[in-house]
Structures are given as C-alpha cells and as structure tokens.
Design a protein around this ligand. Structure first.
Ligand code: FES
Length: 112
C-alpha cells in the first residue's frame, strides 16, 4: 500500500532572496516569499481549473485562461473565483517547513 506523498516539506530559503520575489521549491505548487514581515507561502494552483500560475512583477498570472492575482493572492481578473490560498509555514532562520495541506489566513507570516 502506497501512502500519498506528504504535502509537508522543508525549504531552505536562499540568503539572497529579494523581498517579494517568489522562491518555488522544485516539484511543489507553492511560492515562498520573504519580506520585512516574515516568511509566507502562497499556493500556485489556480482556483479556476487548477493550472499552475506564474509569479509576475504584479503578482500571479494563470497561463490557461488568463486569471490574474495580486501579490497577496487576491483575484484581480477572472475567471478564477477565489484568491490563491496561503499555506502554513513554520521555522526560522533560513530553514522552514511548508504544509501545502494547511491553509492559513492571507497575511499570515512567520518571523524569519
Ligand atoms: Fe487558471 Fe483557468 S485554470 S484561469
């Protein structure tokens, strides 16, 4: 019996990660950010039909049907019906654990 792969994973943030720039761990559908407020993770799975959104200077853009999201994940252009969810992050320094199965309120950051 195979168990489903854990959606919880460790991530080491590059020291040089500029504020507001996404770090997408390979094989994961979440973008991790670091700014003055701390570290946070936003799902990159489009809330329309599940394509993977791309991080842009303004936020996120879905290649499938053109939905756009602000940097906090909120929808700025449909057809996406809801914001990109924020995921739980724990940890400190440059070592963090992201849990893609746990959604937290938008704006939740952990101190780096
Ligand atoms: Fe993203 Fe349709 S799946 S806009």
């Amino acid at each position: 019996v195979l168990s489903s792969p854990s959606k919880k994973f460790r991530v080491t943030l590059p020291d040089s990660l500029p504020p507001g720039q996404a770090f997408v761990p390979p094989g994961r559908s979440v973008a991790v950010f670091k700014d003055d407020g701390g570290v946070y993770a936003i799902s990159t799975v489009c809330t329309h039909l599940g394509c993977i959104v791309k991080n842009t200077n303004e936020g996120f853009e879905c290649p499938c049907h053109g939905s756009r999201f602000a940097a906090d994940g909120s929808v700025t252009k449909g057809p996406a019906p809801t914001a990109l969810p924020w995921r739980k992050v724990t940890g400190s320094g440059s070592d963090f654990v992201v849990d893609e199965d746990v959604t937290v309120p938008a704006g939740t950051k952990v101190n780096a």
